[in-house]
Design a binder for this molecule. Sequence first.
Ligand code: PLP
Length: 469
Amino acid sequence: MRYISTRGQAPALNFEDVLLAGLATDGGLYVPENLPRFTQEEIASWAGLPYHELAFNVMRPFVTGSISDADFRSILEETYGVFAHQAVAPLRQLAGNEWVLELFHGPTLAFKDFALQLLGRLLDHFLMKRGERVVIMGATSGDTGSAAIEGCRRCENVDIFILHPHNRVSEVQRRQMTTIMGENIHNIAVEGNFDDCQEMVKDSFADQSFLKGTRLVAVNSINWARIMAQIVYYFHAALQLGGPARSMAFSVPTGNFGDIFAGYLARNMGLPISQLIVATNRNDILHRFMSGNQYDKDTLHPSLSPSMDIMVSSNFERLLFDLHGRNGQLVGKLMAEFKQSGKLSVEAERWTEARRLFDSLAVDDEQTCATIAEVFRDSGELLDPHTAIGVHAARECRRSMSTPMITLGTAHPVKFPEAVIKSGVGQEPALPAHLADLFEREEKYTVLANQLQDVQSFVAAHGNRGKPL
Ligand SMILES: *Cc1c(COP(=O)(O)O)cnc(C)c1O
């Protein structure tokens, strides 16, 4: 499989190089040159497979030529073996024909484990083969950092540096990062805010001379491997509920358009999906596009669902590429205009095309808490605020009552106790058994000034398993 850039100017790469590349050299995002397509019979024959075997069937076409079937199988078995639930991604029924797909049984209790557990192992596999080491740098306001650290903790050939804003992430989220010990794991608490952290990471990618030739790798959701891994659970959910013989609808709590883009790809690969609902919080740039063809940058509004607090959605460009007949030049022009003006809209026919599949809703904090309370009262399930946004949007936007409606349960409620307490259900979520002692564990992190120089010197001094590069 070869991958091409959404802006059409960068060289096509194979899977291994895409995994290591992150952003394309023309500023675009990598997408498969040709999307694999499965027949209904083929998909139906996967019913009842363990998660890792289904994952092999779904993802195999994306990696052929880069990794042997045997190696890929064993990596997948190990990856999904670390999940705390036998079903890996169990479905829970909320109401008649309405379900939540629980994607929070991985090590860090959010769906990002599905991709980052795999990404860490794939990276190590390819780096071992090449005899190379890399440095990962990422900025986090919460979920991504812990999932990335958990995914890379056992990687022989990766040193990972995660920047978080000092004293500005929740205690659960901080501890999920800082209690993972390893000579290749480095938590940096920056005396600044999340944007400062992100800016430093961006600047480090732009000028990598401080790394003395070591390659820098990105693990944010623009990395193709993350999208790829997320396609699998759409197939998994549909197969549990009578797919592909019947269609499904999905509601997806969305920030960067990564998770829902994976659902869009699942549909284009042959899985019957009749509706995809984009569920946002107050940071609703995607809702404004889907409802009115206006993708306009707004200011950031902090919310009770912080993992979806974004101003622009980095993966949206991948959808734009398809909406424009995969014309990279057109997309490059659109994105250049967006960079200038902060505004983007597409031709009416293209927008109508998107609306055939997508609906959307923006859900505020009050509605989020009300949904947590309502679902708890009616079914006994305690939702995290992101999942609650998905459920609320599912109920408001549903096109058909006879089509199963599946909301992606993106995080465990214990990660976001503030929203749960505000909802007044009178119950605080408890840590699952494998994290029960989180508050007793030893923490390790380094506080650094809000100075690019200081951060880069730290990385250079510790980037080789704690030793200088
Ligand atoms: C990252 C995250 C999201 C948003 O996912 P995108 O792929 O950026 O759309 C939603 N919910 C939770 C809990 C997350 O951690």
